[in-house]
Write a protein that binds this ligand. Structure first.
Ligand code: NAD
Length: 245
């Protein structure tokens, strides 16, 4: 793999299991300093400890992405350990499928808080740190094929993932002058040897929960404008035939 992230510092949220853990492992294997963020502190600790056992620089940072103070503290802890933040990977997300007519305010608010508000806060706080340290950075936000179309049992999830794309587009425009670059990740089909074991998370498609193929397409080390990645379909041709989230 090209030397994209060697010596750079990456904070991955939702990295205690699933795709986030796979992303953390893949980036560590490429030489990044990795901060493993998760609300499940024990899981984040375990992933970070396994990375250190393999000789990679890694710490765990307990954080709830919906709490601004937690996100600030996680970024501060990362900078304290590694000196700077080069890449913020806002990956934490969840889904609580519910029939359209049964969706409640609680269901809506939970999913929107983690998937949309959490990504907004993560993007804002990372950008502030990158501006303060000078020299740009990368912010990667995990979207979904559900950023492109509504699924009957996933209305809050789809709304939250559409929101992720809006946050990326608005953020990229707002921060363009500061040399920050938003990316969105559309992991509708996973399964790549570059990343570790799958989590037991929220999805109905456990085979699709590892992000190595998408990760390989990201240009984390350089500078690039906002772009989509993964999936292998062209936006002008509509959504691919495969079902996914
Ligand atoms: N798995 C899929 O098929 C799929 C498809 C498309 C998009 N995605 C997206 O990819 C991302 C990762 O999905 P996954 O399948 O690996 O999920 P997962 O459920 O396996 O892991 C999510 C992790 O996020 C953590 N988390 C949840 N709420 C949090 C919070 N408030 N603060 C911090 N951490 C929190 C969980 O503890 C968990 O470790 C999500 O954004 C998801 O929406 C997944």
């Amino acid at each position: 793999m090209v030397d994209r992230v060697s010596g750079r510092t990456v904070l991955v949220t939702g990295a205690g299991q699933g795709m986030g853990a796979g992303i953390a492992r893949a980036l560590a294997a490429e030489g990044a300093n990795v901060a493993v963020g998760d609300i499940n502190v024990a899981a984040a600790d375990a992933v970070a400890a396994a990375l250190r056992d393999e000789g990679h620089p890694a710490i765990s940072v307990g954080m709830d992405v919906t709490k601004r103070d937690d996100v600030r503290a996680a970024i501060a802890g990362t900078v304290r350990e590694f000196g700077r933040l080069d890449v913020m990977f806002n990956n934490a997300g969840l889904n609580k499928p519910m029939q359209f007519l049964d969706v409640t305010e609680d269901n809506w608010n939970l999913v929107m808080d983690v998937n949309a508000l959490g990504v907004l806060i993560g993007t804002q706080e990372a950008a502030k740190q990158m501006i303060a340290q000078g020299g740009g950075g990368k912010i990667v936000n995990t979207a979904s094929i559900a950023s492109r179309q509504g699924y009957a049992e996933f209305v809050p999830y789809c709304a939250s993932k559409f929101a992720v794309v809006a946050i990326i587009q608005a953020g990229a425009r707002a921060l363009a002058g500061d040399q920050h670059h938003g990316e969105r990740l559309l992991p509708w089909r996973g399964g790549d040897a570059a990343v570790g074991p799958a989590g037991q998370g929220h999805g109905r498609h456990p085979r699709r929960r590892e992000g190595g193929r998408c990760l390989r397409r990201l240009r984390l080390g350089g500078t690039a404008g906002p772009r989509r990645t993964g999936g292998g379909h062209r936006p002008d041709r509509g959504v691919p035939r495969q079902r996914g989230q």
